[in-house]
Ligand binder design. Structure first.
Ligand code: ACO
Length: 437
C-alpha cells in the first residue's frame, strides 16, 4: 500500500503575523500516526519547519518495519518480533527484510546457499587489517574494512540495476560476519579463520570467532541459537540514526558498501549501538547491589550528566519488546553455560526493579531497551566488550541494506538535504589579517 492522501483530511497552518493560512493534505499509512505532507511548505510560505533530532518528522515511506512505541510493538513486514525470534532463523528474517515475504523451503535453501557463497573476503582485504593497530576498536576496523570493500565492488556495480543491487546486498550480509570476526581475531593476535559453508549464519560467525587452525572446534548449538536470536532482535529498527545515515548517504547515489560504512560509524555512538558496551561498563562500575541507589540518584540529578545506560528510547515509551526476549535469552544462556551466580545479572535485575518502581523513570516512561541485557549474554559467551557493538552492526547490516534497496526503488527518492535556522553572523566586511584585533 502506498501512503494515501485522503480528500477530507487536511491540516491548516495559520501565520498569526501575516494572517495568512495554508492547507496541507494528511497522508495515512497502513497503520500508525498520519503525517502532514509539507513538501510544498517552503514554496508556499517561504518558511522552513524546525525539528532538530527529527522527533516529529517522517523522512520516507517504508514497508519494512513498524514500531508502536507506546504499546511496545515491533513488526517486520507485519510479523511480530516475538514470533520471528521464536520460530525463524536469521537467514529467514534477512530474506523477509529484503523480499517482503518469508521464504518457502526452496527459497530458504537457495537464499542460504547464495549467502554462503559470498562469505569469503577478497584475499587482499587481509592486508587492510595489518594497517590497524592491534588495540584499535573493532568498530573502527569494521568501518574501515566495509568502506574499503567499495573499492572492490565499484565499477561493476550499477545501483539502478536490481540484479546488481541484489548481489551487493548478498555480499554485504554474507561478508559482515567475516569482517567482524576478523576484527576480533586481529585484536588478539590469532590467525583469521575462513568461513565454513556447512555452517549456518550464526554458527559460522561463532566458528570464525573462536576456532583456531590448531584443533577442532565444535560450536555449542544452544549458543548458536542464542546468537541467531540476538541477530534477529537487532536486524532492523525503522528510521533510527544509523539507518537514516545509510539512507542519507545512499540518497546521493553513493556506493552501498560506503553507505553501510557510514551506518557503522553512526551506530558506534553510546547513545545508539554503543549503549550495550556502556551498560556493561556501568554495571561493573556499580559493582554491588547496595550501590544501585546511589547511581539511580545520579541518573535523576539534572546537574549530573550520568544516565542509566540501557534505559530509555526515543520511540519506546513502554517496555522494548526486544529487551523482554533478551532477558529470557540471557537466563537460558547462563543456564546452558552452568553459570549459577552472575553478579552483573543480579545487579541488572535489581536495577531494573528499582528503576521501574521509581517515579522519575515512570513519569518519563524510561524502560529497559534491547541493550540492557545483551552485554551480559555476550560476556557470558566470552565475547569481549569491544565486540558488542560490532555484533550489533553485523545484525543491523541486513536492515540497513533492505532500507537502502527500498530507497533506491522509491520513485520519490531525492537526495536528502535538510535546511537550517541560521543564527550566525549576517554579511559583514572582510578585515585584512594585519588589521584584525
Ligand atoms: N537515564 C536517566 N534519565 C534519562 C535517561 C536515562 N537513561 N534517558 C532519558 N532520560 C531523561 C532525560 O534526562 C530527559 O529528561 P528531561 O525531560 O527532564 O530533560 C528525558 O528523560 C528525555 O530524554 P531525551 O534524551 O530527551 O530522550 P531521547 O528520546 O532524545 O533519548 C536515548 C533517547 C538517547 C536512548 C536516551 O534515553 C538515553 O540516553 N539512554 C541511555 C543510552 C541508551 O541506552 N541508548 C540505547 C538506545 S537503544 C538503541 O540504540 C539500540
Amino acid at each position: 500500500m502506498k501512503g494515501m492522501t485522503v480528500a477530507n483530511k487536511t491540516v491548516t497552518i495559520t501565520d498569526n503575523e501575516s494572517g495568512k493560512s495554508w492547507t496541507y493534505p494528511k497522508m495515512s499509512g497502513s497503520t500508525g500516526p498520519d503525517v502532514v505532507d509539507i513538501r510544498k511548505f517552503y514554496a508556499d510560505t517561504g518558511m522552513f519547519t524546525f525539528d532538530p533530532g527529527f522527533t516529529s518528522t517522517g523522512s520516507c515511506e517504508s514497508k519494512i518495519t513498524y514500531i508502536d512505541g507506546d504499546k511496545g510493538v515491533l513488526l517486520h513486514r507485519g510479523y511480530a518480533i516475538e514470533e520471528l525470534a521464536e520460530n525463524c532463523n536469521f537467514e529467514e528474517v534477512a530474506y523477509l527484510m529484503l523480499n517482503g515475504e518469508l521464504p518457502n523451503e526452496a527459497q530458504k535453501d537457495k537464499f542460504e546457499h547464495d549467502l554462503t557463497y559470498h562469505t569469503m573476503l577478497h584475499e587482499q582485504v587481509h592486508s587492510f587489517y595489518s594497517g590497524f593497530r592491534r588495540d584499535a576498536h573493532p568498530m573502527a576496523v569494521m568501518c574501515g574494512a566495509v568502506g574499503a570493500l567499495s573499492a572492490f565492488y565499484h565499477d561493476s556495480l550499477d545501483i539502478n540495476n536490481p540484479e546488481h543491487r541484489k548481489i551487493a546486498s548478498y555480499r554485504l550480509i554474507a561478508k559482515i560476519p567475516t569482517i567482524a570476526a576478523w576484527a576480533f581475531k586481529y585484536s588478539i593476535g590469532q590467525p583469521f579463520m575462513y568461513p565454513r559453508n556447512d555452517l549456518g549464519y550464526a554458527e559460522n560467525f561463532l566458528h570464525m570467532m573462536y576456532a583456531t587452525p590448531c584443533e577442532d572446534y565444535q560450536v555449542n548449538p544452544i549458543l548458536a541459537k542464542a546468537m541467531d536470536r540476538i541477530l534477529i532482535l537487532h536486524a532492523d529498527h525503522e528510521q533510527n540514526a544509523s539507518t537514516s545515515t545509510v539512507r542519507l548517504a545512499g540518497s546521493s547515489g553513493a556506493n552501498p558498501f560506503a553507505c553501510i560504512a557510514a551506518g557503522i560509524a553512526s551506530l558506534w555512538g553510546p547513545a545508539h549501538g554503543g549503549a550495550n558496551e556502556a551498560v556493561l561498563n556501568m554495571l561493573k562500575e556499580i559493582g554491588s547491589k547496595d550501590k544501585i541507589g546511589e547511581f539511580v540518584k545520579r541518573a535523576k540529578d539534572k546537574n549530573d550528566t550520568f544516565r542509566l545506560m540501557g534505559f530509555g528510547h526515543r520511540v519506546y515509551k513502554n517496555y522494548d519488546p526486544r529487551a523482554r526476549i533478551m532477558s529470557r535469552t540471557c537466563h537460558e544462556v547462563l543456564v546452558e553455560l552452568g553459570i549459577k551466580d552472575n553478579a552483573l545479572l543480579d545487579i541488572a535485575m535489581e536495577l531494573e526493579r528499582i528503576a521501574l518502581e521509581d517515579d522519575y523513570f515512570i513519569q518519563k516512561k524510561l524502560y529497559p531497551n534491547v541493550d540492557f541485557y545483551s552485554g551480559i549474554i555476550f560476556q557470558a559467551m566470552g565475547i569481549p566488550v569491544t565486540m558488542f557493538t560490532p555484533l550489533f552492526a553485523l545484525a543491523r547490516t541486513t536492515g540497513w541494506i533492505a532500507q537502502w534497496n527500498e530507497m533506491i526503488e522509491d520513485p520519490q527518492n531525492k537526495i536528502g538535504r535538510p535546511r537550517q535556522l541560521y543564527t550566525g553572523q549576517t554579511v559583514r566586511k572582510y578585515v585584512p589579517l594585519k588589521k584584525r584585533k
